[in-house]
Design a protein around this ligand. Structure first.
Ligand SMILES: Nc1nc2c(c(=O)[nH]1)N[C@H]1C(S)=C(S)[C@@H](COP(=O)(O)OP(=O)(O)OC[C@H]3O[C@@H](n4cnc5c(N)ncnc54)[C@H](O)[C@@H]3O)O[C@H]1N2
Ligand code: MOO
Length: 390
């Protein structure tokens, strides 16, 4: 058995960036920018007024000064002439500052009488001009890779760049295996249970920027698994669920080998998740998860999500842990790194009493995993533990 750290290194070595595509900016938020974007227009592209008022040629004005209004500048419509001393142009927020304009008197600070404006007492001292290129200049860049936020796409739009090159979404084929499984809503036979894992993993794939394809359930027969593997053709990542252990009906490894599977590892010192297996199968990566519901979802969090990040062109990163304080006692850990289901309330961590890897009701209540090294001694209330957001 290898450690979780070693298994992650194998996973990162298996994962290759899946390439790029060009998308309209409208569909770019949440995607990973694969190439830097350079502004084709500065912002603002000309000096603009930041207030409604009067543009004048002097920075300094005082109470009693008067100006003659010679025209108007609105957003989208500049004043065509040039401004001279003693003149003012009626100006609105966002309008280009006229040639010769040095400041904007806000309309609250003046009194208008016909073509004349009179400065009142205590005028505001700000100039109210946003100089050309204050936000960004032509050629300024937004670096890649980065996950594009709504603010990023606004910035790119303002740069007058209508489409961007992003990482392609990795396609993940999900194959649940087992004669005992039926889909939610179907009528289970007396010895059957409801398949719950693929639906969770599909949600995780989509939350991680991939495209999930849930394939039909493979039965515990070689031909059935072969048939469903055929349906996974073209996926960047194929994930099987169950059938990974050592029982007579655990056929995933056997069938994968018949299809040219090159194994990177099988079995890791992790709880839950011991029978995890990964390797290359043709043009895809195969990640075989244990069938226990908690095991498959925790392995999805620890291995699948970082793998999808690498496939999407992001740097390889180990899931980040942070320190927190225990709110209950926990027993000594065994030989595997344990990812314990727990609840974090304001930094106080209550570890669930029942840690059986079949208990979805416990998992659904957990918002963190407490990560414990192999042979970690027993810990008490108030001790520090490492946690992982979940
Ligand atoms: N003799 C040994 N037995 C087992 C070992 C071992 O080392 N020696 N390891 C145990 C551990 S740890 C795990 S984890 C499980 C994993 O086994 P498999 O990956 O082969 O999974 P299955 O046997 O197919 O299923 C386990 C459990 O999960 C249920 N299951 C399966 N798929 C789904 C699904 N899609 N949705 C919901 N539930 C699912 C299945 O019915 C079983 O109850 O092996 C231990 N055994
Ligand atoms: O490793 Mo299994 O996933 O403990 O239940």
């Amino acid at each position: 058995m290898i450690s979780v750290r070693e298994a992650l290194d194998h996973v990162f070595a298996l994962a290759r960036p899946v390439g790029t595509q060009t998308v309209a900016l409208r569909h770019a938020a949440g995607r990973i920018l694969a190439q830097p974007v350079a502004a084709t227009r500065g912002q603002p592209p000309f000096a603009t007024s930041t207030m409604d008022g009067y543009a004048v040629t002097t920075e300094t004005v005082g109470p009693g000064d008067t100006f003659t209004v010679v025209g108007e500048a609105a957003a989208g419509h500049r004043f065509k002439g040039s401004l001279k001393a003693g003149q003012a142009v009626r100006i609105f927020t966002g309008a280009p500052i006229p040639d010769g304009g040095k400041r904007v008197l806000i309309q609250e600070d003046v009194e208008r009488n016909g073509a004349s404006v009179l400065v009142l007492s205590n005028p505001d001292s700000s100039l109210y001009i946003r100089p050309e290129g204050t936000d960004f200049k032509v050629g300024d860049t937004l670096d890649a890779p980065r996950i594009l936020t709504p603010s990023d796409v606004a910035l790119i739009a303002a740069m007058n760049v209508p489409e961007v090159v992003v990482s392609r979404k990795p396609v993940v084929a999900l194959i649940a295996t087992g004669d005992e499984l039926v889909l939610p809503g179907e009528a289970p036979g007396p010895d059957q249970i409801i398949a719950s894992n693929a639906i969770a993993l599909a949600a995780m794939v989509e939350a991680s920027g991939g495209i999930a394809r849930i394939l039909p359930i493979a039965r515990d027969r070689v031909e059935s698994l072969q048939g469903v593997f055929d349906l996974a053709a073209g996926a960047d990542l194929v994930m099987t669920i169950g059938g990974a252990s050592v029982g007579d009906h655990d056929l995933v490894g056997q069938v994968a080998e018949m299809r040219g599977f090159e194994r990177s590892f099988y079995k890791i010192a992790m709880r839950p998740g011991k029978p995890l297996m990964a390797g290359r199968m043709g043009d895809s990566v195969l990640l075989s998860l244990p069938g226990n519901p908690v095991s498959s979802i925790v392995c999805g969090r620890i291995f699948m999500q970082p793998m999808l990040d690498v496939m999407r062109g992001l740097p390889a990163h180990t899931p980040a842990t942070r320190a927190a304080t225990l709110a209950n006692d926990i027993p000594a850990n065994g030989p595997r790194e344990h990812y314990m289901r727990a609840h974090d309330i304001a930094g106080q961590i209550t570890v669930a009493e029942r840690q059986d890897s079949g208990l979805l009701s416990v998992l659904a209540k957990a918002n963190v995993l407490v990560v414990r090294p192999p042979h970690d001694p027993a810990k008490c209330i108030g001790d520090t533990v490492q946690i992982l957001d979940f």
